[in-house]
Design a protein around this ligand. Structure first.
Ligand code: ADP
Ligand code: MG
Length: 248
């Protein structure tokens, strides 16, 4: 089943086209890794999918509903319902510094008021246990390592029970050791069949965990395929050149 159907996305900044006819689907339980050089449009694409940016043309469908169809956005209430199905994890964590770890997790669910405070507390406690931070519930983000912050950010995204999680270079700000602990959490999620789109430079992760890799360059999808195929047998020179520059 398609969780996301993305077709012909177009977006420009000041007449510069940064997304050109981006088209791909994400099925339930897919782990899609998006790779490509800096400036190729990966963040803009991800931000457009969760409606942090608006596209100029194209269609984004989430769980069978139109966020935007042929460049026309759905009504605000509908957009809100659709974006609630998606969780996003950023490179720089974006935790609220004045809230504790547990408060960071509970803020959004409390705002939507769909569950009792007790149910929210139960879930946040379970999620913090799952990511190995049960002993840091009352800590403020400033007291955590980068790896711990990113694990909190992942748990916070999971609090809303998203259908799909999107990650924008979640380990790029981290040392190798901290990178490992975050990738492990993401790998565990993949094994639990979480649907994910992961923009990453971690080719090992893409190779091991993703079931599809998309290579973007200059606002376009140059090629996509199973990691084994794309990494060992890239079809295009641009893909080969990019892979040759990146040790893995
Ligand atoms: P990537 O994530 O692959 O590094 P980005 O999506 O961040 O690429 O950027 C794609 C292109 O869009 C770059 O040329 C970048 O300079 C440009 N760009 C991104 N955000 C903005 C913005 N808010 N205003 C103008 N140009 C932007
Ligand atoms: Mg980026």
């Amino acid at each position: 089943m398609a969780i996301m159907e993305i077709s012909n996305l177009k977006k420009s900044y000041d007449q510069i086209e940064v997304l050109k006819q981006i088209t791909f689907d994400v099925n339930k339980n897919d782990v899609v890794a998006v790779i490509g050089p800096s400036g190729s449009g990966k963040s803009t694409m991800l931000r457009s999918l969760v409606h942090l940016e608006e596209i100029d043309g194209g269609t984004i469908r989430v769980c069978g509903e139109n966020l935007v169809k042929d460049g026309a956005y759905s009504k605000p209430q509908k957009i809100k319902e659709i974006t609630a199905k998606m969780g996003m994890v950023f490179q720089h964590f974006n935790l609220f510094p004045h809230l504790t770890v547990q408060e960071n997790l509970e803020l959004a669910p409390k705002l939507v008021k769909k569950e009792s405070a007790a149910d929210i507390r139960k879930r946040s406690t379970e999620l913090l246990e799952k990511i190995g931070l049960a002993n840091r519930v009352k800590a403020f983000p400033g007291k955590l390592s980068g790896g711990q912050k990113q694990r909190v950010a992942i748990a916070r995204a999971l609090m809303m029970n998203p259908e799909i999680l999107l990650f924008d270079e979640p380990t790029s700000a981290l040392d190798p050791e901290l990178t490992r602990e975050v990738l492990q959490v993401m790998k565990d999620l993949a094994e639990e069949d979480m649907t994910m789109i992961v923009v990453t430079h971690e080719m090992g992760f893409a190779r091991e965990v993703a079931n599809r890799v998309i290579f973007m360059d200059n606002g376009e999808i140059v090629e996509s395929g199973h990691p084994t195929e794309l990494f060992t047998n890239p079809k295009f020179d641009r893909t080969k050149a990019f892979l040759n520059q990146n040790q893995f």
